[in-house]
Design a protein around this ligand. Structure first.
Ligand SMILES: Cc1cc2nc3c(=O)[nH]c(=O)nc-3n(C[C@H](O)[C@H](O)[C@H](O)COP(=O)(O)O)c2cc1C
Length: 226
């Protein structure tokens, strides 16, 4: 496929056909994904391919509290888990929210499931002294994760970046024999999508880029003045 077609049609695939996704395909996907950039080219990612059904089930179970709160906040019109506006929901309201077990198990039932960890010993977290949640560390692993989805798309497969296992990180680390400095960055279900989306909803360039200031003129595609 053309690069532009790949990036414009790599959607979050959550429903898959029964077709298996074999190790040789996974290998090809990861063989392309590994060309992702990372700070200092430290390549701090490690991938665990989840084959054991019991382990998959356990990850789904461990993720229930995190995703339950996510859904409860969504239903209440909040931006879930954001660090700027704390939730107004009580523990009781969250507990009464929708049960995410079915959704989580369906993700873990995908033809292939990857857990991606990032070795925080290798990441230069330049924002770690700032009084806000860190974002820089993720930049050394999510290009790799996104490359997995792009490579999968190019080969006719699809998947989704999910992050819900992070809420039970200690248990997830123990489950996979990962030490505490290996952060649980993403869980990626992969398979042959039941349906291929071709038109993704995304904001226009004018809505996301401005010149020189936050309130500057939007970057628009117009001839450069001479
Ligand atoms: C950091 C991150 C976390 C995400 N977590 C989840 C998740 O937990 N569950 C899920 O179903 N999708 C998750 N997604 C997928 C997004 O919902 C999806 O990329 C977005 O809605 C765009 O979907 P589309 O490409 O199909 O238009 C996540 C995506 C990113 C980048």
């Amino acid at each position: 496929m053309e690069y532009a077609d790949v990036v414009r049609t790599t959607f979050a695939a959550r429903d898959f056909t029964d077709e298996s996704l074999d190790d040789d395909v996974l290998y090809r996907i990861l063989d392309l994904a590994r060309f992702a950039p990372s700070g200092g080219n430290r390549q701090p990612w490690k991938v665990v391919v989840l084959k054991d059904a019991e382990k998959r089930k356990r990850v789904a179970e461990l993720s229930v509290p995190t995703f339950r709160r996510y859904l409860a906040q969504r239903f209440a019109g909040e931006n879930p888990w954001n660090t700027i506006e704390p939730t107004k929901l009580s523990d009781e309201q969250i507990a009464e929210g929708p049960d995410p077990s079915g959704y989580l198990q369906s993700m873990l039932d995908a033809p292939a499931v990857l857990m991606v960890f990032v070795d925080l010993r290798l990441v230069a977290s330049f924002d770690s002294d700032l009084p806000r949640v860190g974002v820089i560390s993720g930049a050394s692993v999510y290009p790799f994760v996104w490359n997995i989805l792009l490579a999968a798309r190019d080969l006719g497969y699809g998947g989704t970046i999910t992050t819900f296992p992070a809420g039970a990180e200690a248990e997830v680390q123990e489950l996979f024999g990962m030490p505490p400095y290996m952060a649980a960055a993403a869980l990626v279900p992969l398979g042959r999508p039941a349906k291929q989306l071709t038109k993704l909803k995304r904001n226009a360039v004018e809505e996301l880029a401005t010149i020189d200031r936050a309130d500057g003129a939007p970057l628009a595609s117009r001839p450069t003045p001479r």
